[in-house]
Ligand binder design. Structure first.
Ligand code: NPW
Ligand code: ADP
Ligand code: K
Length: 490
């Protein structure tokens, strides 16, 4: 599990650690790690030209100490000081002693033009709001240069706690972050600005937080955000055992599709069949299309409550305006996943009043409609939006998009999916995800785990299916077994 912590938590841990180590030791550890990564990016340090963008806080101090190390190895290092009167004094002295050159603001463009590497030490976790001038102007000219950029701790202009970017921000090739990940490095748009993230150990010790849907609220010392890795997913995959039968593996019921959108039903059923369900029951108006594609699906004509035994329901994809059956599903005392049209059509009070686990899976537009805000507001602040929705509905919420997030109803760490790919932005791929996650619910995973494991497998399946070329949603569904095998290491 990769975990990320808020600035408040990082600062508290740093204070505690600083009290136990000699003064300046943490910054030296940070600068040493930063210099190593800069050297890797440069390939050859001796004779290279490095430009440091140095802000007025400790982030600039890190850059100066790392610059001093590179200068001692024979690099020509220039530092552009954004506020010379407030620069980190110890860092500047070390930099000068190592032969580093200080450039005034007006000289910045000249040195930047010849740079082999730019180091962004403008602001780190102390950044507040959008970047101010002159930093904002400098950042836009750096982008035009084409030299690789290494960001110190996080790209300047990216909000550490949320990934929100207001105005200009540094686009880094590599971000060297210290101690722990910050949420803004894992959530778009910040994640995209960060490039490859390298974590440098400076001795901070922070425990693992409580997962989405896990119960307790995120308190001091707990992770704000966490991202699954293979082992986390592998440990949750529902594998059949010798004693398994279709009921023990989980029967998922699907209420989806309409005369107008029969394909959504086919895709959701396809996702569910490859999500490990023992059986898939289908209820809706696209039964012919479903059976034609998946003869193994069990279709029934009556309402969901009469469909037979079901351990979890998926409701919503492609329903159009047909709310028939939805109230039945919302009233069921088994886990329910609500997606797409179901989010619009379901009675909000009934959803809030449910006793069994509920997983809502909106994209940004659907989330915005539920929250009564503009779509852009959700896209700019995904973390706040997913938490708000989960709180309002008392449900687990999986917010789809460039970074898929899963938040539980009672706070705790938000799960961020690391496997997504923009190739998934194709009509119907969300329907596949709802079937897949629904099958995981039916197999007994909690709503937070079903959402996070579903998104993880869905992202990997998208990568397998696309492999660098366009794909359709059906291809994504068919690649789910390959994603499953990846995770199991087969
Ligand atoms: N603590 C530790 O143990 C360790 C910390 N480490 C390092 O320290 C970093 C944190 O340092 P920090 O606290 O000094 O804050 P930092 O990120 O340099 O920014 C503050 C400065 O930026 C300015 N500024 C703010 N917003 C701005 C904006 N929008 N646009 C422009 N300017 C803006 C702000 O100015 P002000 O608002 O006060 O006028 C202030 O001067 C951390 O990220 C890591 O790199 C490592 O060495 C490991 C050990
Ligand atoms: N830019 C992107 N990067 C990664 N994944 C994306 C991106 N855009 C969309 N996706 C994923 O593609 C799927 C689209 O689902 P959705 O919006 O419900 O579409 P549909 O309703 O057509 O199925 C979601 O899983 C979402 O997370
Ligand atoms: K920075």
């Amino acid at each position: 599990m990769r975990t990320a912590y808020t600035v408040e938590t990082v600062r508290a841990a740093e204070r505690e650690l600083m009290a136990r180590v000699p003064e300046g030791a943490l910054m030296q550890r940070a600068a040493a790690g930063l210099a190593v990564v800069c050297a890797e990016v440069l390939g050859k340090v001796y004779g290279s030209r490095v430009v440091l963008l140095v802000g007025s806080g400790d982030n600039g101090g890190d850059a100066l100490f790392a610059g001093a190390r590179l200068a001692r190895r024979g690099a020509g290092v220039s530092a552009v000081l954004l506020s010379p009167e407030r620069v980190h004094a110890g860092g500047l002295a070390a930099f000068r002693a190592a032969g580093g050159r200080v450039v005034a603001g007006e000289g910045a463009e000249g040195v930047l033009r010849g740079a082999d590497l730019v180091v962004d030490g403008i602001v780190g976790i102390g950044g507040k709001g959008g970047l101010r001038a002159p930093a904002s102007q400098l950042v836009s000219s750096v982008r035009a240069l084409g030299a690789p950029v290494v960001a110190v701790d996080l790209p300047s202009g990216v909000d550490a706690d949320s990934g929100v970017v207001v105005g200009e921000a540094v686009r880094a090739d590599v971000t060297v972050t210290f101690g722990v990940y910050k949420p803004g490095l894992l959530i778009d748009p910040g994640r995209e600005y960060a490039g490859v993230v390298r974590l440098v150990d400076i001795g901070l010790e922070l425990g693992v937080g409580v997962g989405a849907g896990g119960g307790a609220g995120a308190g001091v010392g707990e992770a704000e955000v966490e991202a699954f890795q293979y082992a986390d997913v592998a440990s949750l995959l529902p594998l059949p055992t010798g004693e398994s039968d279709k009921y023990r593996r989980g029967v998922v019921g699907i209420v989806a599709g309409s005369a107008r959108y029969p394909g959504a039903a086919v895709l959701a059923v396809g996702g569910a069949l490859r999500g490990g369900a023992g059986a898939v029951r289908y209820v809706g108006r696209a039964a012919d299309a479903v059976i034609a594609r998946f003869p193994e699906a069990l279709v029934s004509a009556g309402p969901p409550s009469k469909a037979g035994r079901v351990q979890a329901w998926v409701a919503g994809p492609g329903l159009g305006d047909d709310a028939e059956g939805l109230a039945d599903v919302v009233g069921a005392d088994v886990p329910v996943l609500i997606d797409a049209d179901g989010l619009r059509l379901a009675d909000a009070a009934a959803v809030r009043g449910r006793g069994a686990p509920t997983l809502l899976t909106p994209h940004a537009g659907e989330a915005a409609a539920l929250l009564g805000v503009a779509r852009e507001e959700v896209e700019r602040g995904r973390l706040a939006a997913v938490r708000e929705l989960a709180g309002r509905y008392g449900a687990t919420v999986l917010l789809k998009g460039s970074t898929t997030l899963v938040a539980g109803p009672d706070g705790g760490a938000v799960r961020v999916n690391p496997t997504g790919t923009p190739w998934l932005a194709t009509a119907g791929s969300g329907d596949v995800l709802s079937g897949l996650a629904g099958a995981l619910l039916a197999a007994g995973l909690g709503a937070g785990d079903a959402g996070a494991v579903g998104a993880y497998l869905h992202g990997l399946a998208g990568r397998h299916a696309a492999d660098g070329a366009p794909v359709g949603a059906q291809d994504v569904a068919e690649a789910i077994p390959a994603a499953w095998r990846d995770v199991r290491g087969d």
